[in-house]
Ligand binder design. Sequence first.
Ligand SMILES: *Cc1c(COP(=O)(O)O)cnc(C)c1O
Length: 497
Amino acid sequence: MFYNSTRNSTVKVSSAEAITQGISVDGGLFVPESIPVLTTEDIKAIGEMSYAERAGFVFSKYLTDFTEAEIRYCTENAYSTKNFETESIAEIAHLFDGTYMLELWHGPTCAFKDMALQILPYFLTTSAKKINLDKKIVILVATSGDTGKAALEGFKDVEGTSIMVFYPEDGVSPMQKRQMKTQEGENVGVCALKGNFDDCQNGVKAIFTDSEVKKLLDEKDMMFSSANSINWGRLVPQIVYYVSTYAELVRDGEIEAGEKINIVVPTGNFGNILAGYYAKHMGIPVNKLICASNINNVLTDFINTGVYDRNRKFYATVSPSMDILISSNLERLLYILTDGNDTLIKEWFGKLATEGRYEVTDDIKAKIREEFVAGYCDDVQTAQTIHEIYEKYSYTCDTHTAVAVKVYNDYKAQTGDTTKTVIASTASPYKFSKAVLEAVQNGKSELDEYDMIDRLAELSKMPVPSALADLRNKPERFGDVIDKTEQKNYVLEKLGI
Ligand SMILES: *Cc1c(COP(=O)(O)O)cnc(C)c1O
């Protein structure tokens, strides 16, 4: 299997190269040149495997330059009860008849980002070895909350790497801030920036592309790499849980082999739902992929009209990990749907950069509507949905997942579609305890963050993830706050350059 760049289809690299490079030099994203197909027998066999084995099976189709032993090394280290609180890793909960919650947040940071960021460090270090890249890999991350912590947990004490995370001083939740400030590990760094998420991101991008910095790093045998979802090494692990879930539902007699399901995904950067698309085209029978957004509904409009327009107000919502106006992974979908037309992709994404808007052709609009359905809801509806599910099914879900449930309920009411449905549940409700508690009890709470967790535990009867409970007594290790002009020097100083 080789990988092309969405902006230059003549680029052809191995998976090890795609993973270490992160993004192609032309600015495009790496995509596999074809989608491997699973047979009905494969799916049946997958149902009998452990999660680590299922992951290994899927990876063997995409990472064909990795040996079996290398893949096993990665999967066994990442997907074990050492890192996840449930044996199944991706836990399926039954919400109501024919509707399943795919709980992807039983990892160390309580958000679905762990599913990929627990394994990415192993992919990256294995890839570097394979291509004889004898350099220390420095991961720089700008985060609005979940990615930063998940990347820190994934890369902590991983030999041959170090990681530095920047977050906006006033732009993350108290729990997210505490998660990052108390991070353990000898190779980690965390720093707050006086500015917003865009300032963090712009600063990181500027450092990545600074030729003086690159030269200084080269001299020290170091290189930068990226841990966000533009990296193929973060996308491929997400395909696994859709394949795994389908195989498990068949195994457990919840669905017939070959029976179609809907997949609903609360979406921001389009990474998670794109993984669902890959799973579908690998042979998992899927009826509709349902894309759920909060009031930052740029994707809802795009899927319904074919016009992508980011010239709109940005809202801070109770589902902050979906507060995003540029969904990077859409580029991969459009590349596939245009049969690898890099000229069109360059045209559209060029327009997005200069005008903030592009419109796809009628042919592509039709193809998108064939596979995807899109909807959105606001914060009030999100809270109502959390309350309703709690009352009706004694199930407590987080704000992002609630957006997905609401959009699914609307879809079902409009279409009468009774296809069995898997809803991706992307975060533990305890990670957004204030919004969730207030929704559950239908009223404001003045408790502090930890007391809110305790109160939510009483109401939900769900165990508090130990990673969050332990935060209360953990010492804070990282208190640096810098101005955005100091970011580059800060990085160099911390790297000892
Ligand atoms: C990152 C995130 C999302 C959005 O996922 P994408 O892959 O960016 O679409 C949704 N929910 C939570 C809790 C997240 O952390």
